[in-house]
Design a protein around this ligand. Structure first.
Ligand SMILES: *Cc1c(COP(=O)(O)O)cnc(C)c1O
Length: 465
């Protein structure tokens, strides 16, 4: 636990080394550029795109053969590579799912990267492993899952869902899986990649509220049993990406218990809302999941990437993923020591937990809770404005930070054209999507830096392009 060897003489320079003064100078330049970004991003475009030719003219070229100018290179990355993207942290980026990452989280990410933190085995990373176990337990507690629930951080919701499905199959074996037409598109892909045959994946038509119809689910399960098939898992969504709809979690949990099925909840988008009072009311039943996915790089204010899967049954992740190779054996774990390599497909893996740990420690649950509550309230504010304006019709009400709406007299293609014009102007970014085949516009308002004025002006520009 101590630095045992005393002060060492200055080490000779290696081929990729830099003098400490130079590291500090460039490091401070990077910090300044990032803080400049935080301070001024609201004045820049919400989204920006250039042509392949324009981008390659600046970023391309032959392999650099000789050492170059680090200052110029850093400025090129900021000015061109990092300028041309969706600025998910811009207060008027309302498209897809914004990424309003907090500065505390950025600091945690930098620390982990600067130390090349690894969270693969206890022997090779007991510190980062402990941070990850602690953070997973905080998330577990905040989401109301029982003590003993285990988890792992992966790259995002897609891989977190896939990891849960592999654990479910290792526990329950093969069988039929149930989802709806509102389930995230990454989920059928994950099931396909794991080898679930397409004819064992039932996609139910969602009800009028875009939720899973429990009566039809029960009927489908009964029909599959009658035909000699084995129902094994229901994939519920706690906050759909398109409209924020929450499937009837308690009823699905009851059915899963009665039928011996695995109850998976995809809360990649919506689960963080459980930290706020309004969100918790909408998400009752989420705590009954056998496996639950939450995506901290969406609504827990983390930079990409970090997704989390929680699995209620102790040991299920290890039973699905443990590896036992000779060259790994010397770092085998005992009593309380966890080898995170045994909980997903990743072996060498960076510490995604430090940024979350630092965010929770710096802001506390209270700070995070109020940031989430603000996102929920902003969508409700937008809904109120839309309802007060005879031009607009609200198609799905504000739910977990998402509202969709349509022009009452809009011709086909109008919504997409207006969203595209707004994005091209750089002022704001919104999504044009469909709800039950109907064209709509959609705002996702989870950035706590967004003001009501940002929403009013964005709606004004959509109304009068
Ligand atoms: C975003 C999302 C996913 C996929 O998560 P990634 O982090 O993009 O891989 C899965 N499910 C839902 C509901 C989502 O919103």
């Amino acid at each position: 636990m101590e630095k045992a060897h005393g002060a060492s003489p200055r080490r000779p320079a290696d081929a990729l080394g830099m003098a400490p003064e130079e590291m500090r100078r460039l490091g401070h330049l990077v910090v300044d550029l990032v803080v400049d970004h935080f301070e001024t991003r609201a004045d820049g475009p919400a989204i920006q795109q250039s042509t392949p030719e324009e981008l390659r003219a600046v970023l391309g070229g032959p392999v650099p053969r000789v050492p170059g100018d680090a200052d110029a290179a850093i400025r090129t990355l900021v000015g061109t590579a990092l300028a041309n993207m969706q600025h998910g942290d811009h207060p008027r980026y309302f498209a897809r799912v914004p990424g309003p990452s907090s500065f505390a989280a950025v600091l945690g990410e930098w620390l982990a990267t600067g130390h090349n933190a690894i969270a693969t085995s206890w022997g090779g990373g007991s510190g980062p492993t402990t941070v990850e176990l602690v953070v997973i337990d905080w998330l577990r507690e905040l989401l109301g899952m029982p003590d003993g629930t285990e988890g792992i951080l992966v790259s995002g919701g897609s891989l977190a869902n896939l990891t849960a499905f592999a654990a479910a199959r290792a526990e329950l074996g093969d069988g039929v899986v149930y989802l709806t037409d509102q389930t995230h598109s990454s989920i059928p892909r994950g099931l396909r990649a794991l080898g679930f045959p397409p004819d064992r994946v039932r996609v139910l038509r969602s009800d009028g509220g875009l939720r899973m119809p429990v009566g039809e689910l029960a009927a489908a399960v009964a029909a599959d049993r009658a035909a000699g098939r084995r129902p094994v898992m229901v994939v519920a969504t706690a906050g759909t990406t398109n409209t924020g709809a929450v499937d009837p979690l308690p009823e699905i949990a009851d059915l899963c218990r009665a039928e011996g099925m695995w109850f998976h909840v995809d809360g990649a988008y919506g689960a963080p809302a459980a930290l706020s009072a309004a969100g918790a009311a909408a998400l009752v039943g989420i705590e009954r999941a056998d496996s639950l996915v939450i995506d901290p790089h969406k609504w827990l204010f983390q930079p990409y990437d970090v997704g989390c899967v929680l699995v209620r049954r102790p040991g299920a992740l290890e039973r699905a993923f443990s590896i036992d190779a000779e060259y790994l054996r010397d770092t085998s774990a005992a009593g309380g020591e966890v080898n995170l390599r045994d909980r997903s497909l990743e072996l060498s893996r960076r510490s995604r937990a430090l940024k979350l740990w630092l965010t929770f420690t710096v802001h506390g649950v209270e700070g995070i809770r109020s940031a989430i509550a603000r996102g929920i309230a902003l969508a409700e504010f937008a809904e109120g404005r839309l309802r007060a304006d005879p031009m607009w019709e609200v198609v799905t009400p504000a739910r977990l930070g998402v509202v969709t709406f349509a022009l009452i007299h809009g011709a086909d293609g109008t919504h997409a054209a207006r969203a595209a014009a707004l994005a091209t102007s750089g002022y704001a970014a919104v999504t044009s999507t469909t709800v039950r085949g109907r064209s709509v516009l959609r705002l996702c308002t989870i950035n706590p830096a967004t003001t009501e004025d940002d929403i009013v002006r964005t709606l004004d520009r959509l109304a009068a392009p």
